[in-house]
Write a new protein. Structure first.
Lengths: 98, 502
């Protein structure tokens, strides 16, 4: 049985705001399924006494003192903004866009 | 968007048939100097987009670094809420698309919050105590501020466009989540208010948040569901957002109970959704349907390594905990000997600190209360300010009181002196001196004034001698006039009696 169905992929594409054609969906369903299957093989070698881990390097508590540093100039902040107004990012109407 | 006017059921009737179940998510903005993951200033009210670094904008290649103080403040909150502190915890990405975050995810914690399984005892006004179980308190970051332009009154509905200020994006937040609260019954709205008030008080007392609800430092989402009496399964809940004052929390819970009851009475189902609170109409409107948790596609934040808390670190932080506000109130009430209502009034007026400082500076508990709840409260009301914001210092009260006790001034003049102090004329003693307000109790001066009055009013003197003691009042007028109202009335009476040989 496939780990990833076409419906799963449609759902994921919606969540990720990625527009996909039917052909792309067909192709990616198979590819993603193969990837998930390949990763699943890890569980064949990992026994239950090995904790799930998200960071391969045994590093913890990388912390910073609470001291103010350099901020960007307003010009730099807005440099990549498609549009701006009154030193703020201007974005299209939120509700109409959905 | 539903535009129908909601049917409501009378609150008491609703509670006859249903039991409410509550749940709260309270977001607390920490008052660290910098943000959660960047060294941009964490400051309120600055010019838009001036407290922004590449990390806050989610620019490619940036690396967030956790603020140590924010972690410590989060642990302090967890400890104050009687929580277990996780020995190891991590951050996760909560993915969503909305312009309030430029990264398209919020860095939060998912299945390993820094604090979990705590409780808080909430005392209502009449002394009834409810224990609220805390499920978790986790670290995350605030989002940017959107301002909706065009359309009506800054609302998102009908807006033409929105403007985004990322100063607030990345400000450290602790989200405190309760377990379902059952059994509050008709006291649910009161409990809701008291719970949020308690959280606000605790974080303020810890010094980890400015705790100003009007600035959004403490924000509450209120979950409400109803289940028929004797049912075992919880009903479907709604989550009311944007309830950002204590009064609004109470009203929102009451409104949702009345609304849910009407929906259930009519045989319909409650839709699981977010509701928006509207202070102007004191009602909620439908927001968006609640999405399933996994729609956020949480996954471990690859750029942040886990936080490990040692027992030494946690105990060091525990030793920094101040006396819990509820314990402090109990102690002060006993020390001061105030009656229940007197003490409650003092708490509601927000002058515990002031009275404590005034007593410490040298007055009795009764005198401190008389001033703060009497004349100072009156002046604050007239100035439309909070009592604590009026600027009266404990030292002023101590000085006024010793002037009264030394019989230099009477209560009436003391109240005038206080007004002059607030007008910036100096200390009470200086003002009494400068304005010549000292009560005249110099017996020579008073004796002369009494002699004059006796001579001028022989008929009154006859009445007094005939036993009509209240006639002494008639002599008081000319004496007060002669001393410009500063005579000590008690002493004048004594002198009159002496002079008339009574």
């Amino acid at each position: 049985m496939s780990a990833i169905s076409r419906e799963d992929l449609v759902h994921l594409a919606q969540l990720a705001h990625i527009e996909m054609s039917d052909a792309e969906l067909d192709k990616m369903t198979g590819e993603l399924d193969a990837i998930v299957g390949a990763i699943a093989s890890v569980s064949e070698v990992a026994s239950s006494d090995i904790p799930a881990t998200s960071h391969p390097i045994p590093l913890t508590n990388v912390l910073r003192e609470d001291v103010v540093g350099q901020t960007l100039s307003i010009d730099d902040v807005l440099l990549n903004a498609p549009d701006s107004d009154s030193d703020r990012f201007k974005v299209p109407a939120i509700l109409d866009g959905e | 968007m539903s535009n129908y006017t909601d049917e409501l059921v009378d609150f008491d009737e609703a509670l006859d048939r249903y039991d409410p179940v509550l749940g709260f998510e309270v977001h607390v903005e920490l008052n660290t100097k910098t943000k959660m993951f960047s060294d941009a200033p964490n400051a309120f009210g600055d010019a838009p987009n001036t407290n922004v670094t590449p990390v806050d904008l989610g620019l490619p290649g940036v690396l967030p670094v956790v603020n140590k103080t924010a972690v410590e403040y989060s642990i302090l909150i967890g400890l104050a809420l009687n929580c277990q502190i996780a020995e190891k915890c991590g951050f996760a990405r909560k993915n969503y698309f909305y312009p309030d975050t430029p990264k398209n995810f919020q860095t939060s914690q998912y299945d390993d919050p820094i604090a979990h399984d705590g409780w808080l005892d909430i005392e209502l006004e009449d002394g009834e105590v409810f224990r609220v179980e805390i499920e978790r308190a986790h670290m995350e970051e605030d989002a940017g501020k959107l301002t909706h332009m065009g359309g009506a009154a800054g609302r998102i509905q009908g807006a033409d466009y929105s403007l985004v200020d990322y100063n607030r994006a990345g400000v450290p937040l602790v989200e405190i989540v309760t377990k379902p609260i059952v059994g509050a019954g008709k006291r649910a709205p009161e409990l809701a208010r008291a719970y949020v008030a308690a959280i606000r008080e605790i974080v303020k007392n810890l010094g980890v948040s400015d705790a100003k609800m009007e600035r959004g430092n403490v924000r509450c989402d209120a979950n409400v569901s109803l289940m028929p009496k004797d049912a075992e399964k919880f009903g479907t809940r709604t989550e009311t957002k944007n309830v950002n004052s204590l009064r609004a929390v109470e009203h929102a819970v009451r409104f949702e109970i009345e609304r849910h009851a009407a929906v259930l009475d009519s045989g319909n189902k409650i839709v699981q959704e977010t509701r928006h609170w509207h202070e102007d109409t004191r009602s909620t409107t439908s927001g968006r349907p609640k999405s399933d948790a996994d729609d956020y596609r949480y996954f471990p934040e690859p750029d942040l390594v886990p936080i490990v808390t040692t027992a030494e670190w946690v105990e060091e932080l525990r030793s920094r905990l101040p006396e819990p506000p509820a314990d402090r109130r109990k102690r002060l009430k006993a020390e001061w000997g105030y009656a229940d209502k007197e003490f409650r009034d003092v708490v509601n007026a927000g002058v515990l600190d002031e009275i404590e400082a005034t007593i410490a500076a040298g007055t009795s508990a009764a005198v401190a209360r008389k001033w703060w709840m009497g004349e100072i409260a009156r002046l604050a009301k007239a100035a439309e300010k909070e009592i604590a914001d009026l600027g009266v210092t404990p030292q002023t009260i101590v000085e006024l009181n010793s002037l009264i006790e030394a019989k230099k001034i009477n209560d009436k003049i003391a109240r005038q002196v206080l007004e002059f102090v607030l007008a910036g004329e100096g200390s009470p003693a200086e003002i009494v001196e400068k304005r010549s307000l000292a009560v005249v109790n110099d017996d020579d001066a008073l004796g002369k004034a009494v002699d004059d009055a006796i001579a001028a009013m022989p008929d009154v003197v006859e009445k007094i001698k005939g036993g009509k003691m209240q006639a002494i009042g008639a002599l008081m007028g000319p004496v007060m006039k002669a001393t410009r109202g500063q005579a000590d009335a008690g002493r004048v009476r004594e002198i009159v009696m002496e002079k008339l040989g009574l």
